[in-house]
Design a protein around this ligand. Structure first.
Ligand SMILES: C[S@@+](CC[C@H](N)C(=O)[O-])C[C@H]1O[C@@H](n2cnc3c(N)ncnc32)[C@H](O)[C@@H]1O
Length: 245
């Protein structure tokens, strides 16, 4: 069964190219994901299409109002079962990680709520959102690009989404490490050669080299990931021995 993804946005057209190209486009065409876009403005409370208003207490910008967003979510939920998780895209949410992407890929339906302007009325967050997700510690103009990030990352993990020569298993973050360095032809480029081991044909040595390189690279670039790996290892050991941390 296809993973159904509903996107609630003020800018449906931003997804045109994204949903028709590359791996996501292929997943749409092959029926692995079924993506529906809903324009929140259709649920405006007046004939001008107003969906935002000034913040109480003053301050810059406009805030997305409860009514149109709630009505939009209720309308898409009524379209089909299952109800699906409502995911609010916000810089204040749970940081997106490969582990979270894996969780989302296990769902049957995702409802992605893309904000704009100064963000959402707080009651949308408290009454509607099952989860809040951030794609990083920076502020974008809207939740459309974050929604695309989520859809792309989730789609890659769906069985059959990648071609037979591609695999999500060996990629960065899949096993708590960054990926090893990759090379392709030519063997020498401007005096820079491919490491001999990769030309050796010895699969065991190549696998060992890659593991070693992945560890080195992760330690150099992402000591935080190495620390988390060590902590996980300690936790597992404690579980096995029954020792308390
Ligand atoms: C300009 S931002 C609002 C930021 C909000 N005023 C704040 O300071 O938290 C407008 C919308 O873009 C989206 N957005 C911006 N940055 C994001 C991020 N890092 N992750 C996920 N969504 C983001 C959210 O949907 C947000 O409602």
């Amino acid at each position: 069964m296809a993973l159904r993804i509903d996107i609630l946005t003020l800018f449906c057209e931003m997804f045109d190219g994204f949903l028709s190209a590359s791996i996501v486009g292929r997943a749409v065409r092959n029926g692995l994901i079924e993506v529906h876009r809903t324009d929140i403005r259709q649920f405006a409370t007046d004939t001008y299409g107003t969906v935002d208003d000034k913040p109480y207490g003053g301050g810059p910008g406009m805030v997305l109002m409860c009514r149109p967003v709630l009505d939009a979510v209720e309308a898409v939920r009524k379209q089909t079962e299952p109800q699906g998780k409502v995911i609010l895209l916000t810089p204040q949410g749970r940081p997106l990680s490969q582990a979270l992407v894996g969780e989302l890929a296990g769902e049957q339906r995702l409802i992605l709520l893309a904000g704009h302007y100064e963000g959402f009325d707080e009651r949308i967050r408290t009454h509607l959102a099952d989860m809040e997700v951030s794609i990083g510690d920076f502020v974008l103009s809207g939740g459309e690009v974050p929604a695309m990030v989520v859809i792309d990352a989730v789609t890659r993990l769906l069985p059959g989404a990648l071609g037979k020569d591609e695999s999500p298993v060996e990629e960065s973050f899949a096993d708590g490490l960054l990926e090893y360095p990759q090379y392709t032809r030519p063997q020498t480029f401007r005096g820079l050669s491919v490491p001999d081991v990769l030309l050796s044909g010895d699969h065991r040595r190549i696998a060992d080299w890659r593991t070693e390189q992945a560890r080195l690279r992760t330690a150099q670039r992402r000591p935080d990931m190495m620390a988390r790996n060590r902590q996980r290892g300690d936790d597992r050991e404690n579980e096995q021995t029954g020792a308390s941390p």
